[in-house]
Design a protein around this ligand. Structure first.
Ligand code: PMP
Ligand code: GLN
Length: 382
């Protein structure tokens, strides 16, 4: 008999809620993905490149043309010139990038600080590396970093801190001042940073994303991860990338080459073409998703859910205390799906230990107007 390396891990909440939505015919606002397609020109480009014979292994580090486009975008968005060859690695999805960064840094017995609620792949990846996560809760109601708790959580064994801004599930943002404070806190310690910025272009109300790529000091010890899935409405393409200084990148590639070797070739060609042809796509995303957020929130204004408009991501949290305070959020998500035809994600699953009175569900608004209208109608009747 073997011993499980991940005894506490089951099927993820995203799979479970999407399955329940499919079984019950509910509108699926649970797992984060658009119910509309990515740009036609981008999709056409994949077919073109497959027909043109771009079907064998890509470079292990990523297609050069795509790495060039990524570097150009980073220069435009964050003012950093990264080296195309030694600082950018294309991966089959951000999840793989995160996994590889963690395997690169974490030795048995090392500690990794994660902020709860946190994305579900971090902790298992740390466990598989033989490390241990120290879960530091974000301060409610704004999901802000509690600096005292962070400072208390650091130990001589702390090797890595994982941050995620814009934050899944809350949409909260880390500010440039927060990054300065973080830099000061780890300046004299041997601690690295993994910055999960997959929602980097989904920031609303005119706010600018504070990227670690724009922070000279933190970048020197950081892996910065992004995902084309979010930016180009193609989550199923599972294509992302990681940017890090040359020494860290070299070490990361040792892992990446044995986890997957490379990303999918025709997808990388298509993304490179599209980024070159339509660099403005990323600048148009905030308005595109903000309109969806505002439509959805306006439609929910008279419902019994309470919420503050999300600052980033394509997720909106909603408090249901006024509706079914008797139900915990997992039960509430199931009840909403079965009885009211809308699938959501309970927020407690993003915690090691959720606050007992947490009454929040997460709604994905990366949906067509028609879907948002139907969902809001059902939710307003609850
Ligand atoms: N990090 C966060 C915070 C996410 O929400 C997601 C999307 N599921 C990922 C990483 C993974 O992105 P990808 O689908 O490119 O692996
Ligand atoms: N990132 C997506 C979410 O938060 C889910 C991705 C997945 O299913 N693993 O909903």
């Amino acid at each position: 008999m073997f011993t499980s390396k991940l005894p506490e891990v089951g099927t993820t909440i995203f799979t479970r809620m999407s399955q329940l939505a499919a079984q019950t015919g509910a509108l699926n606002l649970s797992q984060g993905f658009p119910d509309f397609d990515g740009p036609q020109a981008l999709r056409d480009a994949v077919g073109r490149h497959i027909a043109a014979g771009h079907n064998q292994y890509a470079a292990m580090t990523g297609l050069p043309a795509l790495r060039e486009q990524i570097a150009a975008k980073i220069a435009r968005s964050y003012g950093r010139q990264v080296n195309v060859d030694s600082e950018i690695t294309v991966t089959p999805g951000a999840t793989q990038a995160i996994f590889c960064a963690i395997q690169t840094l974490i030795h048995a017995g090392d500690e990794v600080v994660v902020f709860d609620p946190s994305y579900d792949s971090y902790d298992p990846a740390v466990q598989l590396a033989g490390g241990r996560c120290v879960h530091v809760p974000l301060a409610l109601p704004d999901f802000a970093i509690d600096w005292q708790r962070l400072s208390d959580a650091l130990s001589p064994r702390t090797r890595l801190i994982i941050i995620n801004s814009p934050h899944n599930p809350s949409g909260a943002l880390i500010s440039a001042a927060d990054l300065d404070r973080l830099a000061a806190l780890i300046r004299d310690r041997n601690i690295y940073l993994l910055s999960d910025e997959v929602y980097e272009h989904l920031v609303f109300d005119g706010v600018r994303h504070a990227s670690v790529l724009a922070h000279d000091e933190l970048y020197q010890r950081a892996f910065v991860v992004s995902s084309f899935g979010k930016t180009y409405h193609v989550t199923g393409w599972k294509t992302g990338y990681v940017v890090a200084p040359p020494a860290l990148t070299a070490e990361l590639r040792k892992v990446h080459q044995f986890v997957s070797f490379c990303g999918v070739t025709p997808l990388q060609w298509a993304l490179a073409d599209f980024m070159g042809e339509q660099p403005q796509h990323v600048d148009e995303l905030p308005a595109f998703y903000q309109a969806k957020r505002d439509l959805f929130c306006d439609l929910l204004a008279d419902s019994r859910f309470t919420f503050t408009r999300t600052a980033g991501t394509y997720f909106q949290l909603a408090d249901y205390s006024a509706i079914r305070p008797d139900l915990d959020d997992v039960a509430m998500a199931e009840w909403l799906t079965r009885e009211h035809g809308v699938a959501t994600i309970p927020v407690s699953v993003f915690y090691q230990q959720a606050p007992k009175d947490l009454r929040l569900v997460r709604l994905c608004f990366a949906k067509r107007e028609e879907t948002l209208r139907q969902a809001a109608e059902k939710l307003s009747a609850v």
